[in-house]
Design a protein around this ligand. Structure first.
Ligand code: NDP
Length: 392
C-alpha cells in the first residue's frame, strides 16, 4: 500500500510533536517528506535521524552547519532561512501540517497550497490575518483545509456528518485559562512561568499565554468565521471549565450537536491525518463518566477585553484582524521576555489597534493581497514595539 506523505512545518513544536507521535505509531501508513524548525537544531537533528525525511529546513541560517553535520542520511536535502522554509513548502506532499506559530507560517502555507494535498492547519494567526487569501488560493489549487485546532476540528467533524443542515450557531468552548477567577491584584503578579502552564492542555508558550488572556478564544472566533463561512454573530463563546466539549453546533432543525472527548491534541490531529477514512483501530476505551458535571456559561463578552477586541476586529474586517494579531504576537513575546506585565498585554494590543488603524489608510473595497498583509503586519509590529518601549 502506498504510504501517505506528510510535510510538517513547525515539527519541533507541540503540534508537530503530536503529529509525529501518530506517524511513529503508523509507520506503515505514513512517510515524512519535510520537517522544519525555527532555531531548535538539536530536536530537528533527532527527528531527521529518526524519520528519515526527504528534506529538512531550519529558519535560523546559523544552525545549518550543525544540521548538516549531525544528520545521518547522505541524500537528505537541506534548506535554511525563512526563504528555505518556503522552498521546502514547494515539495509535493499528500498532507501538509501547518504548525508554525505566528504569521511566520503564512508564506509556507501559501506555497504548500500550490503543490496539492490536504492542508491540516493549526497556525491560527495566519488564518486570522489572511483567511480570505488562504481560502482563495486553496480554491484555485483544489486544496482541502482540515482544521487542527481542537474546537474547529470538533466543529468540522460535526459539520461533516450534517452537510444538509443549516448552521444556526456555532459554540466555541473556552476553559477560561488558568487565571479565570483571579482578581486584578492576583493577575498583576502573574509571571511568564505561571502563564505558560495550562491546567487542561499541553501547548506551546505563545498559545498558552493567549489562553490565559482569552485572546486565544478571540483569535478562534475569527478563525471559525473563515473556516466555516459563517457570520461572526453566529459564533458564540461558552466558558466550559472542564475542556471536555470541544465544539457544539446548533442547526436550523433545532438539533444541538456536540463533540466531546479528553483534552488532548492527539484526537484532532489523528482525525485530520486519517481523514476522510477515520482510523480503524482505536485502542482506547471512552469513559462515559467524563460527561458528568459539565458546565457551560454564556458570558458577556464586553467583560473580557480580548473577546471584545477580537469581536470588533472581525466586524471591522480589512486591516483590523491583521493589526490585532501582530500586536498580540509582539505583546505576548514581550511578556515572555519580562518586558511588560501580564495585565499590560491586552492594554498594549488595544492601544496599538487604535493607533495603527488611524495611521494606515483603509481602502474599504480593496481586495487584500499578501503584500498588503505583511505591510500592515510590519507597521503594527513596529508601533507595538514603540508602545512597549514607552511603558518599559
Ligand atoms: P510551539 O511554540 O510549540 O511550536 C512552534 C513551531 O514553530 C516550532 O517548531 C518552532 O520552531 C516553529 N517556529 C516558530 N517561529 C518560527 C519562524 N519564524 N519560522 C519558522 N518556524 C518557526 O507552538 P504550538 O505547536 O503550540 O502551536 C503552533 C500553532 O498551532 C500556533 O499557531 C497555535 O496557535 C496553534 N495551535 C496549537 C495547539 C497546541 O495544542 N499546541 C492547539 C491549537 C492550535 P523551534 O522549535 O525551532 O522554535
Amino acid at each position: 500500500m502506498k504510504r501517505t506523505s506528510i510535510s510538517i512545518f513547525g515539527a519541533t513544536g507541540s503540534v508537530g510533536k503530536t503529529a509525529l507521535k501518530i506517524i511513529r505509531e503508523n509507520k506503515d501508513k505514513f512517510k515524512v517528506n519535510v520537517l522544519t524548525s525555527n532555531t531548535n537544531v538539536e530536536k530537528l537533528v533527532d527527528l531527521a535521524n529518526e524519520f528519515n525525511p526527504f528534506a529538512v529546513a531550519i529558519a535560523d541560517e546559523s544552525k545549518i552547519k550543525i544540521l548538516k553535520e549531525e544528520t545521518a542520511s547522505n541524500d537528505l536535502i537541506y534548506f535554511a532561512g525563512q526563504g528555505g522554509i518556503i522552498e521546502a513548502a514547494s515539495i509535493n506532499s499528500d498532507i501538509t501540517i501547518a504548525a508554525i506559530v505566528g504569521l511566520a507560517g503564512l508564506k509556507p502555507i501559501l506555497e504548500s497550497v500550490k503543490h496539492g494535498g490536504n492542508l491540516c492547519i493549526a497556525n491560527k494567526e495566519s488564518i486570522v490575518a489572511a483567511g480570505e487569501i488562504i481560502y482563495r488560493e486553496c480554491e484555485k489549487y483544489g486544496t482541502r483545509i482540515i482544521p487542527l485546532d481542537s474546537e474547529h476540528n470538533a466543529i468540522f467533524q460535526i459539520l461533516e456528518g450534517n452537510k444538509d443542515l443549516e448552521i444556526r450557531k456555532i459554540y466555541l468552548t473556552a476553559s477560561g485559562g488558568p487565571f479565570y477567577n483571579f482578581s486584578k491584584e492576583d493577575l498583576r503578579k502573574v509571571r511568564p512561568e505561571d502563564a505558560v502552564k495550562n491546567p487542561n492542555w499541553s501547548m506551546g508558550r505563545k498559545i498558552s499565554v493567549d489562553s490565559a488572556t482569552l485572546m486565544n478564544k478571540g483569535l478562534e472566533i475569527i478563525e471559525a468565521k473563515h473556516l466555516f463561512k459563517t457570520d461572526d454573530d453566529q459564533i458564540k463563546v461558552l466558558i466550559h471549565r472542564q475542556s471536555i466539549a470541544h465544539g457544539i453546533v446548533a442547526f436550523n432543525n433545532n438539533a444541538l450537536i456536540g463533540s466531546f472527548g479528553k483534552p488532548d491534541m492527539i484526537y484532532p490531529v489523528r482525525y485530520a491525518l486519517f481523514w476522510p477514512n477515520g482510523q480503524l483501530e482505536q485502542r482506547e476505551d471512552i469513559d462515559i463518566n467524563i460527561l458528568n458535571d459539565l458546565s457551560f456559561i454564556e458570558i458577556d463578552e464586553n467583560n473580557f477585553i480580548a473577546l471584545k477586541l477580537a469581536r470588533e476586529s472581525v466586524k471591522r474586517g480589512n486591516i483590523y484582524p491583521i493589526i490585532l494579531n501582530a500586536s498580540n504576537e509582539v505583546a505576548v513575546r514581550s511578556f515572555l521576555e519580562e518586558r511588560i506585565s501580564f495585565l499590560d498585554i491586552l492594554v498594549v494590543v488595544q492601544e496599538s489597534i487604535e493607533y495603527v488603524s488611524k495611521s494606515i489608510q483603509i481602502r474599504s473595497n480593496h481586495k487584500m493581497k499578501v503584500k498588503d498583509i505583511f505591510e500592515v503586519d510590519n507597521e503594527a509590529r513596529i508601533k507595538t514595539d514603540e508602545i512597549i518601549e514607552m511603558r518599559h
